[in-house]
Design a binder for this molecule. Structure first.
Ligand code: BTN
Length: 244
């Protein structure tokens, strides 16, 4: 089931409201997409710029039977699906940057915002939001964020068909989430690691409490980033990673 809007504040917010609806709640596998978002949201309270017709803005509602501490795995599964979708349309290989960035030429051309609804200690549903900067031009990035932002157009000097990209994303996300349900997480984790631009690189990670520097060595079975610091190996559950 799919709901499409010309303009909406945020597809993640619309998907969550639909999933919570008392009369006709969004079923497992439902999608919300839009041509434009006026209140698009990124991680850590950032704004996600979403100009009309120039990007993919979509959110998937999924009702997985997983423990809350495994929700981070779904960010990785979503990133894998979005990367695959772009490549099916012929983009150069898309890299990831743990946990949620989609990169081309080491610049951010997309991102994932996975949000979980937890009730009585159990995951009721998750909303997996995907934003892809398809045909953004330089003027579409009002304030350059912490990490260099770009678009498929800026990196390839070519316009990309947004509708096809959106459909490819929907198909790829459905496929990746089904793989996950069928127990394919170990392979998906390995695939994510092989695309992850920071593995083997010196990184600085800022979480809500501390800053760590070290070498990113992998992503563990929970989906956490493993960083080798001078004080030993650390598992990062969430944080902002920068690399050089
Ligand atoms: C990030 O990199 O910080 C995550 C960006 C996620 C943006 C997408 S666009 C569709 C969905 N709706 C939102 O408000 N955010 C996500």
């Amino acid at each position: 089931m799919r709901r499409h809007f010309d303009t909406i504040d945020s597809t993640n917010d619309a998907a969550r409201a639909w999933a919570r609806d008392a009369i006709e709640p969004a079923p497992h596998g439902a999608f919300v997409c839009a041509n434009e978002q006026t209140g698009g949201r990124g991680r850590q309270g950032r704004t996600w710029v979403s100009p009309k017709g120039k990007g993919v803005y979509l959110s998937l509602v999924w009702r997985p039977k997983i423990a809350p501490h495994h929700v981070g795995q779904l960010t990785i599964v979503t990133a894998l699906g979005a990367a695959r979708a772009m490549e099916t349309l012929g983009t150069p290989p898309i890299d990831t940057k743990w946990p949620n960035d989609l990169l081309l030429n080491r610049k951010k051309i997309g991102g994932i915002l996975c949000e979980a609804e937890i009730k009585n200690g159990a995951v009721e549903f998750i909303v997996a939001g995907v934003g892809i900067n398809a045909n953004f031009e330089n003027d579409d990035f009002p304030d350059r964020p912490v990490f260099p932002a770009s678009s498929l157009l800026c990196e390839t000097q070519k316009e990309w068909p947004v509708q096809e990209l959106r459909d490819a994303c929907i198909e790829a996300l459905q496929k990746e989430f089904k793989r996950y349900e069928n127990g394919d997480w170990p392979t998906q984790r390995a695939e994510f690691i092989s695309r992850c631009a920071i593995i083997g690189e010196p990184v600085t990670v800022r979480d809500s409490v501390q800053t760590y520097s070290g070498i990113a060595t992998g992503v563990d079975e929970n989906g956490f980033l493993v960083v080798q610091t001078v004080d030993g190996s650390r598992c990062i559950i969430s944080g902002e990673v920068s690399f050089h």
